[in-house]
Every structure is written in C-alpha cells, then in structure tokens.
Design a protein around this ligand. Sequence first.
Ligand code: PLP
Length: 369
Amino acid sequence: MANSILVTRSSMPEFDEYMDEIKPMWQSHWLTNMGPEHKTLQQQLIEYMGVENIDLFTNGHMSLELTLQAMNLQGEVITTPFTFASTTHAIVRNGLTPVFCDIDPVTMTLDTEKLERLITDRTCAIMPVHVYGNVCDIEEIERIAHKYELKVIYDAAHTFGETYKGKGIGSFGDASCFSFHATKVFNSIEGGAVCFKDKHLGEILYDLKNFGIHGPEEVDAVGANAKMNEFCAAMGICNLRHVDDEIAKRKKVAERYRMHLDGIEGIQLNVIQKDVKSNYAYFPVIFEEKLFGASRAEVFDKLAENGIGARKYFYPLTNTFAAFHGKYDVLETPVALHISKRVLTLPMYADLSMEDVDRICEIILSCKY
Ligand SMILES: *Cc1c(COP(=O)(O)O)cnc(C)c1O
C-alpha cells in the first residue's frame, strides 16, 4: 500500500559503510568462529554498555536458553507472562517450570510485591523482563534474590544502551541477556549477548555456544552451536557507530507522540522512569474502551485501514499459549491479562517522520468519536 508505515524499520548503515567493514573477509576468508569482527564488536560493547563481561550469540533466544543451562538449575523459575515467547520457552526448554508472577500496572515489569509469596523450596531463579525499555524494580529483586539465594537472569532484550542510576543495564543480576534482532534498537541482523558477573559462568557459556571445543583435539563439554558469525558482527559494528543518533531520533518521535496523546482520557502512556536513561525502544499505548470511546481492536483496525501497522505487543500472554495445553491459570496474572487485552505499540523507529507521527495520532484520536 502507498504510504504504508510498518510498526518498526530495521536500522542499517550506509551500504558503503557495511561494504568497507566486510571487505577484509575477501582476503582472510574468515567468516565465523570468533574472528576479528566478533572480537571487535565484543570489545566495543563492553565499553558502550559499561559492563565487565560479555559474550556474543547467534540470537537473543539462545543467549537466554544457554544462560539458564550454564547455571545448571533445577525446579521453578519465577518470571512474567507479559513478554515475548522466547523468555518462557527458554525456561521450559531447560526442563524448568515457569511460575508466573503478575506485572506492575505502571512499569509492566514483574510486580515485586507479588513475588515473594511465589517462592517455594523448589524455586531456583528469577527471570524478570525489562519491558519496552522500562527497567524492573532492580533493588527489590536483588534483595529478594539475596534473601532466598536465587539466581537472577534479566531478559534485557528491550533495554540495549540503557543505564539505571548511571550504571549499564547489563551489569545487574547474575546475567542479563540481550537481543540484537533486526527489529531491536540495536541490531546485528540476528544476534544476542549475555553480560555476566562470574567469569566461570562465562567459560561454561562459551562451551555451550561452541560445542565444548577447547582445542583441535579437545572437547570438554557437551555444547551446542550458537556463535555469532562475522557478517552479523560487522553489521553490529556499523550499527553501533550510529546507535546514539538513532536513540536521539527515537526520543523525538516519542516526544511527538506524547504531545498529541498525553492527557487524553482513556489513554495510558508509558511511564518515564527518572533513574533510567531510556532507549525509546517502543511506544506502547493502553486504551480503556469505556473512557476512550473505542476499543484496542477498533484503533488497530482503523490504523490498518490507513496502512499503518501497530502491534498487539504483548498479546497473547505466554501463559495462555496453546503450546502449554492449559497448564497455567491466566487468572493468576490479572494485571498482565488486563493490559495485554488493551495495549498497542505504535510505529517507532529513528526515521519515522514527525508528519507521520501527526497522521498516526490524528487517526487514533478520530476513533474517539
Ligand atoms: C526479541 C526478544 C527476545 C528474543 O530475541 P531473538 O534475538 O529474537 O532471539 C527475547 N525476549 C524479548 C523480551 C524479546 O523482545
């Protein structure tokens, strides 16, 4: 459709910039297996993200799944259903049992007031999710984890480049897992990373991403394959040069949306967290039909009619997936259920024009009557 606007648009460097970055590979023929691009990106990310340790993976999901495996956990993991399928699947695919905690209605991250009562003698870890770039209640999570000796693995897929109280967001918990998927604020086409505290955990993770191979004739562990290849790392290096500019542009888009939508009855906008340097990853809007005068579905359809893609994100909740055969009771997470039925994320990317934001808001507000 002419003038159609998708919900996101992947960041890409100039064609020539990427060509320059990958050109040496036509000399070296080194395409994967922790080559120079991989090493460079790894080092640059340590500096950019303000973390001590990082390892790179083929995607965000494998970073989550292998981090849980590396910790050799058993039993229950407390998490939230208001997330992408990946978080819950990483837990289940490790033979662990997800226990779903409800979310806070303002930050839409794990509600720490409901967390402690879910802890049993089988609980081994907490896997909170920094949703939409909103940072979890880090202090309270750390306090509870410390009290009950639980591991904390953050799904930090939405928070690339953020800081909390001036510290890199990847430096919290035992590990924080990032996604560099094409749709994220920072992408390496596909890619992921784990920031971790314990160097020994890092060694196990490395084994898990590279078959447990230590030398040409030495295999010490039973690993999988989740290495980031050189073309992806090169894309990451190029995109990293521009990510600050992109975040600044996203901020402008977010401010323009707020200018039109803030204070409108029946519309709840995302919280602005004072201790967080945001990356403006998403622009979620919650529609209360009774107050706004139109349902989420009506707004979604109206935008679609005009060639504008919004996304019901996150809907459905992971604890309602058919894959789980009714194993979980969605009524145990009522706030997450309420929000998942009402939220839309609006188009959000660096090059979205102010005129387009104006048009999107005009269409949304026209639904009100
Ligand atoms: C994108 C995403 C993932 C998975 O990352 P991939 O790189 O696509 O594998 C996991 N969790 C959340 C919250 C995500 O948004």
